[in-house]
Design a protein around this ligand. Sequence first.
Ligand code: NAP
Length: 437
Amino acid sequence: MKTADDAPLTVHIGVLGCGNVGSALCQILDSEAEAIARTTGIHLRLVAVAVKNSAKSRAWQIPPELLRSDPKEIVADPQIDVIVELIGGTGAAGDLVVEALRSGKTVVTANKDLLADRGTTLYATAKLSNARLYFEAAVGGALPLVRMIQLSMSGEPIQSVIGILNGTTNYILTSMTESGTSFDAALHEAQELGYAEADSSADVQGRDAAAKAAIIARIAFGVPIEIGEIYCEGITNIPQVAFQIAHDLGYVIKLLATVDLDAADAGVVARVHPTLVPISHVLASVGGAYNAVYVRGAWLGECMLYGHGAGARPTASAVLSDILSAARGLPSPERAGRLVKGMLADRSAQFCVVVKGSDRPGVLATVDGLFARHGIAVATIMQYDYENSSRIVLTTRSAGERALSRAIERLNDLDVVDKVEVALRFMELPRDTSAER
Ligand SMILES: NC(=O)c1ccc[n+]([C@@H]2O[C@H](COP(=O)([O-])OP(=O)(O)OC[C@H]3O[C@@H](n4cnc5c(N)ncnc54)[C@H](OP(=O)(O)O)[C@@H]3O)[C@@H](O)[C@H]2O)c1
């Protein structure tokens, strides 16, 4: 970035990719650069844009003098200060970002898949070349989570970060909860409204949220966790009866991405799974396609961000804030620490297990006994009638993940059991440290 002693700061920007987010960003840079300069003192100059198909018509038409057919030309251009990568995916986008960082350029990206998949290489390359890497838009779209953790919580011992980080799944679960819609109908509705893509498998299987959890593990706890190491359970196998049971127990089902410390405050575990959230909890009220991130720190207590987790303009807004952070010389968001990766299998949780089976006398005692033999204390157990058939619904006290898996395997072998329909974890309510504050 060129700064003369008495000249205003000017940032020359090259954008790779001009689709949904890229078009929105370029539109803002095109029409709002003067207003941004007035309020920030920073002059943003869009100098080059690369796309795959230059003949395509798009929301923001690229002026011919800015258009580059080869994105490598932009990466290599010495007059460009900030490379904004909005191509997506881990292939071409990854190679371009690595090349830009290697040459010492500042990179801004919204690409969660790239960070989750190649984060370690990107960080190492940036460090080696003294380059900076920003990615506010990659987690929670417009929610300023990265900056909040980096700046406002820089000295805070963070205990847990719990997020509703995927708008598609939150829309589907809200619809299934509030209107009793089936999964397929709710997904179709989300697609019609533009909240879900035609191929929404990464969303509904939880992989999109897992990529964001991997980024959170790094920025909030300083622990590199690969996406493949994250336990990831989506929302495709939740039976409709579970929504009714959750309601009767005083809970709603949300797909939560949780990254937190184990009991010894040493191991960090990241996981994504449908979770029973108490109706009274602030995360339970996050409906539709909205995102939210709930952070708990040892000293600050709890705080939550809520807003648009995707969408062209909200995402472009987060990208813009990264460009301005780069201009102001803010370092890349990173947290050092002595923490290590933990394993979900070593953790405990309270579960709600829904079993389809016989309502013969003595069945509850049989099921209760099986859990007891696996060292799991049952908190409540009841027969539950739903649409002319019977379910056994049991909730556990804190139970080890391994013990619970083994108990469920054995449960499926019992002749009074047709099948275990679902086992849902209750949201872990953070330790109350208010007395220590
Ligand atoms: N959309 C959202 O709401 C949202 C939210 C948060 C994060 N993000 C992230 O933001 C990034 C961009 O998303 P998007 O929705 O804007 O994607 P998109 O609409 O598919 O746009 C991708 C753009 O990249 C261009 N492109 C593809 N391959 C290229 C190549 N080899 N060289 C140069 N340009 C190439 C495409 O060119 P053509 O236009 O010529 O095909 C297109 O303009 C992704 O990483 C995504 O995960 C998106």
